[in-house]
Design a protein around this ligand. Structure first.
Ligand SMILES: [Mg+2]
Length: 144
């Protein structure tokens, strides 16, 4: 049986939607991965923390529509933060997914923690996010 990849309703990636939002409201946006100022970084984290806290409020008690809304807010703000840094987050997520899929061994065996979390097996390949960002034009800071 195949697995459906992509949005269940055929809706576009959040990247394009959030880019439109930033454009219309004159918010920060970059097209190449860029380190931003500490102030901008801190502000983006505040926005994300605010939304994450709102998920926490409704995660246990719901209602479901509120949970859906708050989860979407987290993703929307995360995409916005990526855009502010000039990161194409879709390609980073694809790399994380590639890595996650290596958690299954060639024998199809998967190691799980007691709470159900999928663990890294012997064949796990860590994501190479730096390589993804370099392909987007990122120049890593000189460590020297
Ligand atoms: Mg919210």
């Amino acid at each position: 049986m195949g697995v459906t990849v992509g949005g269940m309703s055929g809706t576009p990636s959040p990247a394009g939607l959030v880019r439109e939002f930033h454009h219309v409201f004159g918010l920060d946006a970059r097209s190449t991965p860029t380190e931003v100022s500490a102030d901008v970084g801190a502000h983006r984290w505040e926005l994300l923390a605010e939304e994450a806290a709102e998920v926490a409020e409704v995660s246990v008690t719901g209602p479901l529509d509120q949970l859906a809304r708050e989860l979407a807010d987290v993703v929307y703000v995360a995409y916005g933060t990526a855009l502010v840094h000039g990161i194409d987050l879709d390609t980073v997520i694809a790399e994380i997914h590639r890595s996650n899929m290596t958690k299954v061994g060639p024998d199809g065996q998967v190691a799980r923690r007691d709470d159900g979390k999928i663990l890294k097996g012997d064949h796990f390949e860590a994501p190479d996010v730096a390589a993804v960002l370099r392909r987007q034009g990122w120049t890593p800071p000189d460590p020297g």
